[in-house]
Design a protein around this ligand. Structure first.
Ligand SMILES: NC(=O)c1ccc[n+]([C@@H]2O[C@H](COP(=O)([O-])OP(=O)(O)OC[C@H]3O[C@@H](n4cnc5c(N)ncnc54)[C@H](O)[C@@H]3O)[C@@H](O)[C@H]2O)c1
Length: 254
């Protein structure tokens, strides 16, 4: 019988991570490969996807390849999932991490186009992925889908980010609704909500706001979310359905 540490291993599993060219998604893809999975690294930034895939493959010896895809385009998402299944033979783990945040500004100044793009990527894009991934997993009667939420989906962030917050709250409810519907096929849908995590794209004002009330004395790093991802991707979380894991240095308890 496998011991508890061995049960975290993902040897032979086939995974897909969106928004994996950089930032938190790159950390997720790296962790999956280190745990033994083969990984498709998808990103709207083609160069980042290809470079990151090559670097993870070199570091881990796993099969890792890049896919250029915009999750807001249903056709791209169908191709992304089809390429993954074609390369690996099946899809076991899907991490829907790609997301964008509008510049911080009053909701009254957000244009119709900005609002639409925010939801086209964070909500509609995540749904495009969940739907296609579920379709690919149903024949296996098992699968793990992990969405990236945000603490902004739970609380209202002090600096104005209304469209982002609403889109992430919707991702958390999409996670629950999809979990309830797809568990009959053995597919577990859960999410991870990062708190402030240092990536190149992070707005400096967000870090200042974080330190005003955060109980911890540092911001998060992509590595801080890897352990939760490996737990949700493997069998130890099989009884977890439609839940969200918050990793935020305690920001939301204050
Ligand atoms: N960094 C934080 O503090 C923080 C906090 C909470 C939640 N998040 C969430 O974590 C996720 C990852 O963000 P990050 O902080 O690593 O930022 P990031 O910008 O470094 O990474 C996001 C990645 O997604 C890709 N992407 C954007 N739009 C895409 C699209 N339409 N199709 C495919 N790929 C696309 C980007 O090219 C990028 O590589 C996002 O969903 C974000 O909302 C981040």
């Amino acid at each position: 019988m496998a011991g508890i540490i061995e049960k975290f291993r993902l040897d032979g599993k086939k995974a897909l991570v969106t928004g994996a060219g950089r930032g938190i998604g790159r950390g997720f893809a790296t962790a999956l490969a280190e745990a033994g999975a083969d990984v498709a690294v998808a990103d709207i930034l083609e160069e980042d996807a290809m470079r990151t895939a090559g670097e993870i493959a070199d570091a881990t010896g796993r099969r890792v390849f890049g896919i250029h895809a915009d999750i807001a385009q249903p056709g791209d998402v169908r191709r992304m999932v089809a390429e993954t299944v074609s390369a690996f033979g099946r899809l076991d783990i899907a991490v829907n991490n790609a997301g964008i945040s509008l510049p911080i500004k009053s909701a009254l100044d957000v244009t119709d186009g900005e609002w639409k793009r925010q939801f086209d990527v964070n909500l509609n894009g995540t749904w495009n992925c969940v739907r296609e991934e579920a379709r690919a997993m149903i024949p296996n009667r098992y699968g793990k889908i992990i969405n990236t939420g945000s603490i902004c989906g739970h609380i209202i962030w002090p600096t104005p980010q209304l469209p982002y917050s609403v889109s992430k709250a919707a991702v958390l409810h999409l996670t629950r609704a999809a979990a309830a519907e797809f568990i009959r096929y053995g597919i577990r849908v859960n999410s991870i909500s990062p708190g402030v995590t240092k990536v190149d794209a992070l707005f400096p004002e967000v870090i200042d706001t974080f330190f005003k009330t955060a109980p911890i004395d540092r911001y998060g790093l992509p590595e801080d979310h890897q352990g939760a991802l490996i737990f949700l991707a493997g069998p130890l979380s099989d009884f977890m359905v439609g839940q969200d894991l918050v990793l935020d240095g305690g920001y939301t308890i204050m």
